[in-house]
Design a protein. Structure first.
Length: 718
């Protein structure tokens, strides 16, 4: 503030003086004043220069909301200048002066947009969400201006067409291929009216996805089920009741956040309240209010179709799958249908078993509905295996689970984690760790953010605040800053955060993604870490989930939070024995999501029908439970409408085939086998997207994957 006042006084004094001076001198003085003022602005905006912090971490404590817009504007201006320098270079286009120069452009814009985008998901507010409505279209327009820059694309095209004349490394060839294809896939070959149409559609898409996400978050946060009659809490575990009590000023409050919703659906004896909560969750964004996404779903589907058709594809799936391992929708449907055929008989048996238990308790006329599934499944699981989440929670205190998961990485890869409270974070619940390699060298920064809050969207994800890259002109290996964000059960006044077994698996999953980022070791940032095909990116995450049922792993950390007693072997055995409980229904649930996704994006004509009706038709082959007419998944399905999984949700099952096959090698040679772990790090985790995923996978595994390992692991085949 002082600096601003000084500049203002300086401006006034010189303005008065300059009135009596010649025009040229007045212009020079005013230019000098303007430069001083701009320098003052940049000195106050943390994004204008690289961060002067330990490891160059984001100085969250110094960021102000009003910093974002000016920094975005300046970032765009700087990248435009960098692009202009590339296209006006009089030298013949080469990999170095064109493709590499383009790869390195936009450093400031990436710095600010990364922070803004991440906090929009993890620590948002009304002000940020309003700001996003201005920033997202601006970013979309800027991206279009670059991808449709004819002079820039002409230079890139020359390099691409003459690529055999330069002695390019494998990485350089891959970067050139990705850059060239990226331009083509983003409209570089479009002409005239088609090019302007693409610009308009891209802008519309960015606004629609933002609106979809905002509506979903606000609808989730707006719901409260208030209970004042204690008898209606019957069946609920103490941990759930305590959390509901802490959320309320009077009585107990249950929400649509996973740690609240999940236990209620599993344990609450009151069927009417289970139905009420289920309907609130499964009708999100369908109501006649400001958060309705029904029309937005239609628009998103049609805009993506129009973009695909504009670029020469029959539908959006054909466009998107070209850059995936699956390559086309036939391959996706082949996998989904294989899973349907293999798992459906078992899924029907599982449903019949759960229904039989419900009939024992409620009579033969009782119809098992979706809001009954978790409740009676839990009862059956407890009856068959004498195991449930509440029994296990006591052994999964969050700090111990964290030690166990970090310790697993130490045992497999030799890396260590050191909490550093001096590293700024964006919320008090976030911790920052320095990660060191087995030789003691700094490897990465890892942020952990575990608990739900109104400012955080639902779900769990890994992201980064800085990618990894290696300087071509020095020995510098710039290390990444990774973040894992989840919505785990919160601690209460009486108890620490005690996780469910599912939450332990989720932790392992997101941590697997983080290892993909932490071990990144490529020259170019755009090929680094998780910058791989979407149907390959889940392999590093899902393979980690396999450790959750391994006794040798559980014995490294799973101790009772009160007594310190190690989890008993017989309880671990029950975890292992129950691992495939209702596995077929879980599989068909994922298959149903994949079918719904493909149903929306394999359309060759615009959609103007009823969203709920279309949804029910798209995934009906995978439905085992009775259909609830009012329910709708599409209006809240952020993965495929506002995330990166449009025509890509099948990736989870695709990667599950990979992870089952890959982990079978660990099982064969020992789950902590150093040779296998080193090979997985070297061939999968460190390579990013520098080669085709199947090439990397076969280098690790020695063969292509088959579905057999998954079927055997799930007990579908013996």
């Amino acid at each position: 503030m002082v600096a601003s006042i000084e500049v203002a006084i300086f401006f006034c004094n010189f303005a008065n003086y300059s009135l009596e001076k010649p025009t040229a001198m007045r212009k020079n003085i005013l230019t000098f004043i303007l430069l001083c003022f701009m320098n003052n602005l940049s000195s106050q905006n943390i994004f204008f220069e690289p961060y002067s912090t330990l490891h160059g971490v984001v100085p969250f404590n110094k960021i102000k909301t009003e910093d974002y817009q000016p920094a975005i504007n300046e970032g765009i201006r700087r990248q435009n200048a960098e692009i202009e320098a590339i296209i006006t270079n009089p030298e013949t286009p080469t990999f170095a002066n064109t493709v590499l120069a383009y790869e390195k452009s936009g450093e400031m814009l990436q710095r600010v947009s990364t922070v803004f985008g991440n906090l929009l998901s993890a620590e948002t507010n009304d002000e940020l969400q309003e700001l996003a409505k201005a920033i997202m279209p601006l970013m979309s327009e800027h991206a279009n201006n670059i991808s449709m820059n004819e002079k820039l694309f002409a230079r890139i095209k020359i390099v691409y067409e003459q690529r055999n004349k330069e002695a390019l490394s494998t990485e350089q060839q891959k970067l050139l291929e990705e850059v060239y294809n990226g331009f083509v896939r983003n409209g570089a070959n479009l002409q005239g009216e088609a090019k302007e149409k693409y610009r308009a559609l891209s802008k519309e898409l960015s606004l629609l996805t933002l609106q979809f996400s905002d509506n979903n978050l606000k609808e989730t946060n707006s719901y409260r089920m208030v209970i004042t009659d204690k008898s209606q809490l019957a069946g609920l575990p103490e941990s759930s009741i305590e959390a509901a009590k802490e959320a309320a000023t009077e009585g107990w409050i249950f929400t649509l956040q996973a740690p609240s919703y999940g236990p209620f659906m599993m344990y609450a004896d009151n069927r009417q309240l289970r139905r009420e909560l289920y309907m609130a969750y499964n009708t999100k964004c369908t109501h006649d209010n400001a958060y309705n996404n029904l029309e937005i779903v239609k628009k998103l589907v049609n805009v993506r179709l129009e973009i695909a058709r504009l670029l020469g594809y029959d539908n959006f799936a054909a466009y998107n799958l070209q850059e995936r391992m699956a390559q086309n929708s036939d391959a996706v449907y082949k996998l989904l249908n294989q899973l349907l055929e293999a798992y459906s008989p078992t899924a029907k048996q599982e449903y019949a078993e759960v229904q039989a238990l419900a009939h024992q308790e409620q009579g033969d006329s009782f119809t098992l509905m979706p809001w009954d599934w978790a409740y009676y499944s839990h009862k059956l699981k407890n009856k068959k295996f004498n195991i449930n989440d509440e029994m296990l929670r006591s052994y999964f205190e969050l700090s111990k689970v964290k030690e166990g998961v970090f310790g697993l990485a130490t045992r497999l890869y030799g890396i260590t984690f050191k909490k550093n409270p001096t590293i700024p974070v964006y919320h008090k619940d976030v911790d920052a760790y320095e990660v060191f390699d087995k030789d003691g060298k700094f490897l990465a920064v890892l942020y952990t953010d575990f608990h739900p809050r109104a400012s955080k969207r639902a779900g769990a994800w890994m992201t980064s605040y800085k990618g990894q890259w290696i300087s071509e002109n020095s020995d510098e290996n710039s290390r990444p800053h990774i973040s894992i964000v989840m919505n785990f059960t919160k601690p209460t006044a009486e108890k620490p955060a005690l996780l469910t077994f599912d939450e332990v698996e989720t932790f392992l999953h997101e941590f697997g993604h983080s290892l993909h980022g932490i071990f990144a070791n490529t020259t170019y940032e755009s090929l680094s870490g998780t910058n791989v095909y979407w149907d390959f990116v889940e392999l590093p995450s899902q393979i980690m989930e396999n450790f959750a049922i391994e006794k040798d792993f559980l014995h490294t950390f799973a101790r009772h939070y009160q007594t310190g007693e190690l989890i008993p072997d017989e309880l671990v055995q029950r975890i292992t024995d129950s691992a495939n409980f209702n596995v077929a229904n879980a599989c068909l649930r994922q298959v149903s999501f994949g079918l719904l996704d493909m149903g929306w994006y394999t359309r060759n004509t615009p959609f103007d029908g009823d969203v709920k009706t279309y949804e029910k038709k798209a995934w009906e082959k995978a439905q085992i439970l009775p259909v609830v007419e009012e329910a709708c998944m599409s209006t809240q399905f952020s993965h495929i409408f506002a995330g990166g999984y449009s025509a890509g949700y099948y990736s989870y099952k695709w990667a599950e085939v990979l992870d089952a096959d890959a982990f079978s090698l660990f099982k064969q040679k020992g789950i902590f086998n150093q040779e296998v772990a080193d090979s997985f790090r070297e061939n999968i985790l460190s390579k990013g997207g520098i080669e085709h995923p199947m090439t990397l996978y076969k280098r690790f595994r020695g063969q292509e994957p088959t579905i057999e390992a998954l079927l055997i692991r799930n007990g579908i085949r013996k």
